[in-house]
Design a protein. Sequence first.
Length: 110
Amino acid sequence: MRSLKPLLLEQARHVGPSATRVVQAIWADAVFEAARDACQLLRLARCYGAQRVEAACKRSAFYRQHTNSFVIEWILRERFDELPLTRCTDIRGQFVFAIPEINSECNNAR
């Protein structure tokens, strides 16, 4: 992602100085948000322990919800990190049957 910033700034310079300032501001906001979320994740590790946070991160990534530290905190608070991780369940550990190609696999898992 670091190589993307110079490319975007170069393209913004072709548009004009105000566009360049806006792209710089957008980039700065994104970096700030990423740093804030990373710090929140590390705070969660101090509260819940590294093993549980790692399991919650694995669960959130499995369900493609890994870019939001609030989802990881919710998983920890509800103790969903302690549930088995399977394609037959949703992020809350509840069985799902809406995906036809795995219905037979999920029916066998119950």
